[in-house]
Ligand binder design. Structure first.
Ligand SMILES: [Ca+2]
Length: 422
């Protein structure tokens, strides 16, 4: 899933870059790669020893800092003194997939019939809790269940990695140490507050915790005691899990009573390069029509085409943006939206995805970026990630070539750029 995020815009979200990474089922070849790395490291016992020595000193310094920040001696002694450096965390943190997984493959898994059926069973099993949460926070039960389903497959695999070990290791030598340091402090404060014990605070290697995959700072801000037992428990209390998820969306400006959006048909000659938000009335004026029924009335909505002009199009409103606050990736928000639709018995996506398009590798995207720069569509540094600047440059190139400017990178476009570049 890491690959999908890099493809569709990563991480300015409240749960920065982490939520789903821990759930990411690595491909067989990726697992193989990691195992080989582990073996190499195991033979470097000298390097490992110095790692640990440095880690102990780092932990002693962090302990003084945490004490200054008000964490109790009891929590420091019981929770922080036991944390360990975990090489596996760093291996995951540095892993970069070669291939970017297309959105349709991500959706095949995220909104599989198994996922839908289990979602309906979970909704049935927890119907009273879900409907209570819906009344209290204004977020439909199907949406809460869908987020639960996508974050942790309804709690079946939220990870059993120590959150404290994860953030201590990342704060010691991860890519974003300051961020991890703040999360480790937040985690200790959660333990201090008595919500959960250090032993029970588990989740993904990246530090996303429990059924809802909240990182500690999100837990501090948004977790809710749904069953009124005095503790916020997203590991073992479904009322707390559901209330916390709904509270998060409410605080992300969820509009009660509004749908996320709908699939649309775009008219011939539609301007694919426009990225503005407009009202439904304005989109209607441009000839945008609902695939089925009427367009929802939004004051501010975007038309998105996640796989370019040959794939399906969607009109998305404020609640789609609220889901993006949970995890800032179009593929993620669409998966939650369509899974909630399916659980509620609404229709799936009508138009087909361009499944014949071979995905671009990281190297392909880097080459694409270098070529765009060379033919004067400045897209900035060539980092192998399809971001907004790269898509904008690509749209300009498409327009100059008389193609539909949808900003969707394909092997054919890469070839065309190679031919066009001096
Ligand atoms: Ca509780």
């Amino acid at each position: 899933m890491l690959s999908v995020f890099t493809a569709y815009g990563r991480a300015k979200r409240l749960l920065p870059g982490l939520v789903l990474l821990g759930l990411a089922p690595l491909t067989a070849s990726a697992e193989q790669g990691l195992m080989e790395q582990v073996d190499t490291r195991a033979s470097q016992s000298v390097a490992d020893a110095s790692h640990h020595a440095g880690f102990d000193q780092w932990r002693a310094e962090f302990r003084r800092y945490a004490a200054q920040q008000g964490v109790s001696e009891q929590t420091l002694a019981h929770a922080l003194d036991g944390v360990r450096y975990r090489a596996k965390v760093i291996e995951h943190d540095r892993y970069q997939p070669e291939f970017v997984r297309p959105i349709w493959q991500y959706l095949d898994t995220a909104v599989s019939s198994d996922r839908v059926n289990t979602g309906r069973e979970k909704l049935d099993a927890h119907r009273d809790i879900a409907r209570n949460v819906e009344r209290r926070y204004g977020v439909p039960a199907e949406v809460v269940v869908a987020i639960w389903g996508i974050e942790s497959n309804y709690g079946s695999h939220f990870g059993n990695f120590s959150t404290l070990d994860a953030f201590a290791t990342l704060a010691f030598e991860g890519r974003r140490r300051e961020f991890a340091r703040g999360e480790l402090l937040a985690a200790l404060k959660i333990i201090d507050a008595g919500d959960i014990s250090a032993e029970q605070m588990v989740g993904s290697w990246a530090g996303a915790m429990g059924h809802t995959q909240f990182i500690p700072s999100s837990f501090v801000s948004y977790a809710v005691d749904g069953d009124d037992d005095g503790r916020r428990d997203i590991w073992d209390s479904i009322p707390d899990v559901m209330a916390s998820t709904a509270n998060y969306l409410k605080r992300a400006n969820w509009e009660p009573g509004e749908p996320w959006g709908t699939e649309v048909r775009l008219p011939d000659g539609f301007d694919y390069a426009q990225t503005r938000r407009l009202s439904t009335a304005e989109w209607r004026e441009q000839g945008v029509r609902a695939e089925d029924g009427a367009l929802p009335e939004f004051g501010s909505a975007a038309v998105i085409i996640p796989a370019g002009a040959k794939g399906p199009a969607f009109l998305v409103g404020p609640n789609f943006r609220a889901i993006l606050r949970y995890n800032n990736a179009t593929s993620y928000a669409l998966a939650v939206s369509k899974l909630s639709d399916a659980i509620a018995g609404r229709a799936g996506i009508s138009q087909g995805w361009p499944r014949e398009e071979a995905p671009l590798t990281r190297d392909d995207v880097t080459a694409l970026q270098r070529l765009l720069n060379r033919v004067d569509y400045a897209v900035g540094g060539a980092d192998g990630i399809m971001g907004p600047d790269t898509r904008k440059g690509l749209r300009e190139f498409q327009r100059a070539e008389g193609l539909t400017p949808d900003g969707f990178a394909t092997q054919a476009l890469l070839k065309r750029l190679e031919d066009a570049a001096p």
